[in-house]
Write a protein that binds this ligand. Structure first.
Ligand code: ADP
Ligand code: MG
Length: 968
């Protein structure tokens, strides 16, 4: 007994040592255990070696259903089952009813099942591969120290022992033990569901805890840095990370369905019910006819059953779901080619309905490459190139220090890392002969407060000789209030309110020239101030600089397109109002009757007031991320569909709230990308507009295919009528199945592959709750009636007028040819809304934009039909009779008549639709805002400055208008 116990004890001890969590180990212990060095990191070779041994830092991929199981799954679809049962009945029933089993029909039905299932399966595989391709596009980077150098690598290449640098908004790429941290808070909601950020530190924990939130010196994979920065050692790679352990238990995520897909599924279900009832009634009628007929036609009940079942199949628009998913996947692919990465399929649809786009300014509407063009010291504004530096002037010294030390950007020959604002300062300083890196080395940083969109400034504390000095740079309205002094003639003097006004005026002038204004200040810290971290007070102003970030050329035209498409564009920026208005004007986004509003003014407005005003606001300046959520909410309450862009971690809530959250692919944080529905690979505003165009196009294609599929299912009406009149079915079961499962599908699928039409951008946005049938129901009715009439006429002509030896068979053949060939012609006519512009296209353009896939499908379907009708052997299977030439003439005419009817009606109806759609938004707005007309938009923000909250009284505007109008 005893020895065993001792052994047990021993084991327990071992286990407890092993189970000591990373948070309980000192940095030293970890360094030794993971054979790494906190200052230099792993060597490049060692890192490579570890990566080879351990594999990439990737979460386990969910298991995927193999293709053969997908195929089997397809066979278990209700439609396939019905067909299978039918096929069996065809063979088995004759044994009971007396007769021969219909092996040929059995084979044909089986073949159709296989073709149909294969079509569905390839589609699913294709959709899957495009999802994979998209996933690979969002591959986050990590900043690490290797061989003593700071480099950027793909997060997939991280290995245990790597030293990682984490910054605000970044995705945490592995489980990491912190070595140093500065004001680090982490959003761990991905792991814990707790949305409050967790404050982290580097203190060693000695007690054991399983609660993640208590492991304060650790950060975990798949969470986000909410604020601050830190360095740490990677202790666990993806599969062994906390997230990896959870993720491996997650099965394959189900493909999402868009609202429209759900609607269509519901529709299909309903139609299926109707189809079943119809089939039952039809079966009853057929049996009755058979019973009461004196001459038994020899149609056995099994054949009647087959006929009823195939009619039911004919009514069910089975290909619809396949077609819609093809259209959506073609659209997402198309979008990713245009740099719009769709994370959720719904977004394709919602993008098509967007009627307001709220866009960031910097980087999205502008090129995000800033250049310092002006600076202002002691109240004098000069060109940036004429900066003169007096080496013993305190003003100059601290001005340069602020620009170089309170700056995280790094420029080397190879690359440029950092925020554009800071890069601009870096560039300017190097041009003026300073080396920021040397200065940073000379005056080491002791502490810092990183830039955040909420604060709009950045602070560092540096050891300058024997003093601790605060450097701050940021928005003028956040810093000037905190300034008590400034430097004049190498003397620190009190900053009077008059001087402040002067500074503000200078800044205003720069802003009006569309310059971003940054203010710099410093202060020498007392011991107390340093201890209390009292950094942002009693500052000494050193200067302001102005930098230009030119608008993107493409954005200007994209805004024009958006306006024409009935979409409002609203600019949201943290920048100064005057700067924003000046840029907005250049972009053509600040139009007549539109004004700007600042975040502060926004705070003073009640929801009702804002709701009233928001229609006239095209620029929101000086906003915090919180304001963005409020703006989205108000717009949505007005029934608008809002797209909102964002890049920062604080943008996540507004991105989630918006109907389409759009994150920036290049400059966006991982947190923003995580919250968004769509990622812009190129950060470019015009890309959003092409996404909207693609969304509208996919919607249009879906509508067209719905119209085609529902319109081309008229046999049943015709059949019912004819059966009631003649007692003979105008089509036999094989014919019905052939037309429905083969011809129709071949023609419908390429509808989704038609070229996207830019003309959709001259229409109004799609209404949010628009029914599937809106604007196509007439088309569907026209199609159904014209085809039904053609089929009935064909049958009557064959049966009564030009009958062959077997009148019933002749009638059936005539009807079959009509129904099988007519959609080949009318599918080309089908358009959900013809465009006026399209008619102005010349021949070359028409050829270029034609839907060649559909054209090919038409020829393919035609040839297949020809084989069925003419090739001996095959035609026997389909029970095709010889037709007289007169009947042929009639049949050919009837075959093309639906196309003619549809062409004529669509053009008549089209005129109305066009009128409904076209009134240019621009004109309408102009009319609506006539009373607000004013000569110069530039006055808008001046007015804004004058009146604090009430942006513009109509009266004031009118007065002004009259004043300025008279001299002209
Ligand atoms: P935007 O909406 O244009 O992207 P930001 O939120 O980036 O605006 O910036 C808002 C304001 O914060 C700017 O006008 C500027 O005054 C200040 N600012 C921007 N970047 C920095 C930075 N790196 N350091 C300090 N202040 C900054
Ligand atoms: Mg920004």
């Amino acid at each position: 007994m005893k020895p065993t116990k001792a052994k047990n004890n021993n084991k327990n001890k071992e286990v407890s040592i092993q189970e000591k969590g990373w948070y309980q180990k000192s940095i030293n212990e970890i360094e030794i255990e993971l054979k790494t060095e906190t200052t230099t990191g792993l060597s490049n070779d060692e890192a490579e070696e570890r990566l080879r041994k351990l594999g990439p830092n990737k979460l386990p991929e969910p298991k995927q259903v193999p293709w053969y199981l997908l195929f089997l799954k397809g066979l278990l679809e209700p439609l396939s089952i019905v067909l299978l049962v039918t096929a069996i009945i065809v063979v088995v029933a004759p044994y009971f009813a007396g007769g021969h089993p219909e092996w040929v029909e059995f084979g044909v039905i089986l073949g159709m099942i296989i073709i149909n299932t294969l079509l569905g399966m390839t589609q699913e595989l294709k959709a899957r591969s495009s999802v994979k391709a998209l996933q690979s596009l969002s591959n986050p980077n990590a900043t690490v120290i290797r061989s003593g150098k700071q480099i950027q690598i793909s997060a997939h290449d991280l290995v245990p022992g790597d030293i990682v640098i984490l910054q605000t908004g970044e995705f945490i790429p592995a489980d990491i033990r912190l070595i140093s941290s500065s004001h680090l808070t982490v959003d761990e909601s991905a792991l814990t569901g707790e949305s409050m950020p967790v404050v982290k530190n580097i203190e060693l924990l000695d007690s054991k805890t399983t609660i993640l939130a208590e492991q304060k010196n650790m950060v975990f994979m798949s969470t986000f840095v909410q604020s601050g920065r830190a360095t740490g050692i990677v202790v666990a790679q993806a599969p062994l990370s906390t997230m990896g352990k959870i993720a491996s238990s997650i099965a394959e995520t189900k493909a999402q369905k868009t609202p429209l897909q759900l609607k269509l599924n519901r529709l299909t279900k309903w139609v299926s019910v109707i189809a079943t009832v119809t089939a039952l009634v039809l079966f009853g009628v057929l049996i009755m006819i058979d019973v009461f007929r004196a001459d038994h036609t020899g149609i056995s009940w099994s054949e009647n059953l087959l006929l009823s079942v195939s009619s039911a199949i004919a009514i069910i628009p089975a290909s619809l779901t396949v077609i819609v998913s093809i259209i959506l996947s073609v659209s997402t692919n198309q979008m990713s080619k245009q740099n719009v990465i769709v994370k959720q399929l719904q977004a394709v649809e919602t993008l098509g309905k967007v009627n307001v786009i709220c866009s960031d300014k910097t980087g999205t509407l502008t090129i995000n490459k800033m250049t310092v063009t002006k600076y202002n010291q002691v109240g004098v504004t000069r060109a940036a190139s004429s900066f003169t530096y007096v080496s013993d002037d305190i003003g100059d010294i601290h001005f340069v220090n602020a620009l170089t030390l309170c700056n995280d950007s790094i420029v080397s020959e190879k690359d440029r890392m950092g925020l554009p604002t800071e890069l601009a300062m870096y560039d300017w300083m190097t041009k003026m002969g300073f080396d920021p890196l040397t200065l940073r080395h000379k005056y080491m940083r002791i502490d810092d407060l990183p830039f955040s969109s909420d604060n709009k400034y950045m602070v560092t504390v540096n050891q300058v000789d024997d003093k601790k000095v605060v450097y701050i740079k940021g928005a003028i309205d956040r810093i000037l209030d905190k300034c008590t002094h400034t430097v004049i003639d190498n003397q620190i003097v009190k900053l009077t309110s008059k001087m402040k006004e002067q500074v503000l005026e200078n800044a205003e002038k720069m802003s009006a020239e569309a310059l971003r204004v940054i203010t710099t200040a410093f202060k020498v810290l007392s011991e107390d101030e340093f201890k209390n971290k009292d950094y942002v007070s009693k500052l000494v102003l050193t200067g302001i600089i102005g930098m230009i970030d030119p608008p993107r050329e493409e954005a200007i035209s994209a805004i024009k397109i958006a306006h024409r498409a009935g979409i409002r564009v609203v600019m949201i920026t943290g920048d100064h109002l005057a700067t924003a208005m000046a840029i907005g004007e250049k972009l053509g986004l600040v139009r007549e009757g539109f004004v700007g509003l600042t975040g502060e003014e926004l705070d003073l407005l009640t929801d009702e007031e804002l709701t009233k005003k928001i229609d006239r606001i095209s620029v929101f300046a000086r906003v915090n991320p919180d304001h963005k959520t409020r703006i989205v909410t108000i717009l949505q309450e007005k029934g608008l569909i809002v797209a909102m862009t964002g890049d920062g971690i604080n943008d996540a809530p507004s991105l989630r709230k918006a109907n389409v959250g759009i994150a920036m692919g290049m400059n966006g944080t991982e947190a923003a990308k995580d919250a968004a529905n769509v990622i812009l690979a190129d950060d470019n505003f015009s890309t959003i507009v092409s996404g909207v165009s693609e969304g509208r196009n996919s919607y249009r294609k879906i509508k067209t295919s719905v119209a085609f599929v529902l319109g081309a299912n008229p046999q049943i009406i015709a059949m019912f009528l004819i059966i009631l009149i003649t007692g003979i079915s105008p089509l036999n079961s094989i014919n019905i199945l052939w037309f429905n499962l083969i011809v129709e599908t071949i023609l419908a699928i390429p509808i989704g592959m038609s070229k996207s039409d830019p003309n959709v951008m001259s229409l109004k946005p799609i209404k949010n709750n628009e029914s599937i049938f809106s604007r196509i129901w007439l088309l569907i009715i026209f199609t159904i009636t014209s085809t039904a009439i053609a089929v009935i006429l064909a049958f009557i002509m064959g049966f009564y007028v030009f009958p062959g030896p077997n009148a019933a068979l002749t009638g059936q053949t005539a009807a079959f040819i009509t129904i099988a060939f007519s959609p080949i012609f009318f599918v080309w006519m089908m358009k959900f809304r013809p465009d006026r512009k399209e008619r102005h296209k010349n021949f070359k353009e028409k050829v270029k934009d034609a839907n060649w896939a559909l054209f090919g499908a038409m020829i393919g379907a035609f040839l297949l039909n020809v084989i069925v009708v003419f090739v001996p052997g095959v035609r026997d299977v389909f029970k095709i009779a010889e037709l007289k030439w007169e009947l042929w003439l009639v049949v050919v005419f009837l075959t093309i008549s639906p196309a003619i009817v549809i062409f004529v009606s669509i053009n008549l109806a089209g005129n109305q639709i066009r009128r409904h759609n076209d009134p240019s938004y621009e004109n309408k707005l102009r009319k609506r805002f006539k009373k607000y007309r004013r000569p110069k938009i530039a006055n808008n923000y001046k007015l804004l400055r004058d009146s604090t909250v009430d942006i513009r009284h109509t009266k004031k505007v009118k007065d002004k208008k009259q004043k300025t109008a008279t001299p002209a």
